[in-house]
Design a protein around this ligand. Structure first.
Ligand code: HSE
Length: 311
């Protein structure tokens, strides 16, 4: 039997909601899992580049038992007291790697959901979230990858995930700027301080609360106020070329709700109201990265509201 799962990219944090907020975006990886028929055994992992042809970073993905998709699959088999049989795993990678767009969360979720289907769906949503988070460690990517849309989530000490999904207003759109260099989450987290200033914590607390109210009421003015942060972006901006300038150039324009670092970066996410012109914003953004001498892909991107689906 063979199962394919299509899983969206995700953008985590979204300004004030560090390690908590996440949104699923319409770029997809596809993971296919096939149980090999006895006496065939072993593990075969194939990685294909989909839209990003010639993406050399794909060559760095391990194709042995250290592969994170395999680890995720193994955990799901262990969950039902089994070890994985001989397997073939195909990964169609369209989400660029190490850009802050949840590529790891996407493939982990794909592996877990495919294994769950092959095993007859023993794990419910809560178990799937918790197992996926055991491999990934970032529920703010895992939760929207599974559920789609905007979510906030928290991994608890017992491994469970507390989460909620809230509708995202249709009129609020996204542009993603993807620079042509990679930034690992590990490096991006290494520049964060261990302790934060009380004033900065309070700054984010207020804005996270306002963010949720802005979503409920579709209040653009409040969202514009909420899309700011003092816990992570200020420390990471030196690793994220273009972010400070893009924010400075865009934030005062009409219909721009905010400019934030996508996840751990280096991608930057711009949130704007629908009646704004994409080409105008794009030319402002292109100028920022041109000035800093870094190549960037600037794309309009939609929210994904469904999350991972078996196809
Ligand atoms: N919230 C995490 C971070 C997301 O910003 O480090 C990592 O994908």
């Amino acid at each position: 039997m063979k199962v394919t799962v299509k899983v969206p990219a995700t953008t985590a944090n979204i300004g004030p909601g560090f390690d908590c907020f996440g949104i699923a975006l319409s770029i997809y990886n596809k993971i296919t899992l096939e149980e090999l028929i006895y006496p065939a055994e072993g593990l075969e992992i194939n990685v294909f580049s989909g839209e990003n042809e010639n993406d050399s970073s794909l060559l760095t993905i391990p194709t042995d038992r250290t592969n994170i998709v395999y680890k995720a699959v193994e955990l799901l088999y262990n969950y039902v007291g089994q070890t994985p049989p001989g397997l073939k795993i195909n990964i169609e990678a369209n989400i660029p790697i190490a850009k802050g767009l949840g590529s790891s969360a996407s493939v982990i979720v794909g592996g877990i959901l495919a294994a769950n289907k092959l095993l007859g769906n023993p794990a419910d949503e809560a178990a799937l979230l918790s197992i996926a988070n055991e491999v990934e460690g970032h529920p703010d990517n895992i939760t929207p990858a599974i559920l789609g849309g905007f979510n906030f989530s928290s991994a608890e000490e017992d491994g469970s995930i507390v989460y909620r999904k809230i509708d995202w207003p249709e009129n609020w759109k996204f542009i993603v700027c993807i620079p042509d260099y990679e930034l690992s989450t590990q490096i991006s987290r290494s520049v964060l301080p261990e302790k934060v200033d009380m004033k900065d914590a309070i700054f984010n607390l207020k804005r996270s609360a306002m963010f949720i109210e802005a979503l409920h009421k579709e209040n653009a003015e409040l969202m514009k106020y909420a899309l700011n942060d003092k816990l992570h972006q200020v420390h990471r901006s030196r690793l994220v070329t273009g972010f400070d300038k893009a924010k400075e150039r865009l934030d005062n324009l009409p219909h721009i709700l905010g400019t934030v670092i996508s996840g751990a970066g280096p991608a930057v996410l711009v949130i704007y109201e629908k009646n704004n012109n994409f080409e105008d914003i794009k030319s402002e953004l292109s100028a920022v990265w041109r000035e800093s001498g870094v190549k960037v892909a600037i794309k309009n991107i939609n929210i994904d509201t469904k999350g991972a689906v078996i196809i």
